[in-house]
Design a protein around this ligand. Structure first.
Ligand code: ZN
Length: 68
């Protein structure tokens, strides 16, 4: 019996954040500018990292705007 692993997931970590102007369009919560690092994992082994900056909601976690 051969076991194949096709599990791919992403972990998102906020490195630092600071208050930003604006509110969330979904829940009306406060917005923050956050530096986020996303790690993509395949079978629990990270193989791709991406650091990016985005405006996120502090209440529901929605990404309101992302910068490149
Ligand atoms: Zn929200």
């Amino acid at each position: 019996m051969v076991f194949y692993c096709f599990l791919v997931d992403q972990t998102r970590r906020v490195l630092q954040s600071k208050p930003a102007a604006g509110t969330c369009s979904r829940c009306g919560g406060g917005a923050r500018v956050a530096d986020i690092r996303t790690a993509t994992r395949f079978c629990y082994v990270p193989f791709y990292w991406k650091s990016w900056r985005a405006v996120v909601c502090t209440s529901c976690g929605a990404v309101l705007r992302s910068y490149r």
